[in-house]
Design a protein around this ligand. Structure first.
Ligand SMILES: Cc1cc2nc3c(=O)[nH]c(=O)nc-3n(C[C@H](O)[C@H](O)[C@H](O)COP(=O)(O)O)c2cc1C
Length: 137
């Protein structure tokens, strides 16, 4: 089974990356093949609201129509068994890169209905690791 981890910090060796690497080590100890992806190495932007992913019968239905460094990543996620998102908390939420990544990952996989349904082809285990500033007092 392939397990991805996505680092939403610009720092490749600090808090978020350290915890993601530990999580992947655990997965490896159970026989998983793993890959750590640093989002800040990739060239992409957030969702551009083109709605191609929502056009039923269109060639991009359920998939992001924007072709960039996330295209292969999303195909990899579809084939994987699990993935972990990791982000530092910046001003009370995830980093900008992680936010853009999540928009692109999640929006194509949701129907535009109420209630919304998933278009993702299977159940996939996911986890989220947040890191914050540690206060001593
Ligand atoms: C721009 C910026 C905003 C931050 N905002 C918060 C915050 O709102 N709350 C918090 O607890 N820590 C905040 N921090 C601290 C980081 O979340 C914390 O140091 C994190 O562990 C860094 O992760 P990294 O070592 O993987 O880069 C902020 C740091 C930066 C650079």
């Amino acid at each position: 089974m392939k397990v991805f981890a996505f680092n939403g910090s610009p720092r490749k060796e600090w808090n978020t990356a350290t915890l993601l690497k530990k999580a992947l080590k655990g997965a490896e100890s159970r026989g998983a093949e793993t890959e750590l992806v640093h989002l800040y190495d990739l060239n992409y932007k957030g969702c551009i609201s083109c709605f191609s992913c929502k056009t039923i019968g269109g060639e991009s239905y359920g998939r992001c129509a924007v072709k960039d460094d996330l295209t292969d990543i999303f195909e990899g996620i579809r084939k994987s068994g699990a993935f972990i998102l990791g982000s530092p908390i910046y001003f009370g939420t995830v980093s900008g890169e992680m936010r853009s990544f999540m928009e692109r990952l999640m929006f194509p996989n949701l129907t535009y209905t109420n209630p919304t349904r998933t278009l993702f082809p299977k159940k996939i285990k996911t986890g989220f690791i947040y890191t914050i500033l540690l206060k001593s007092n």
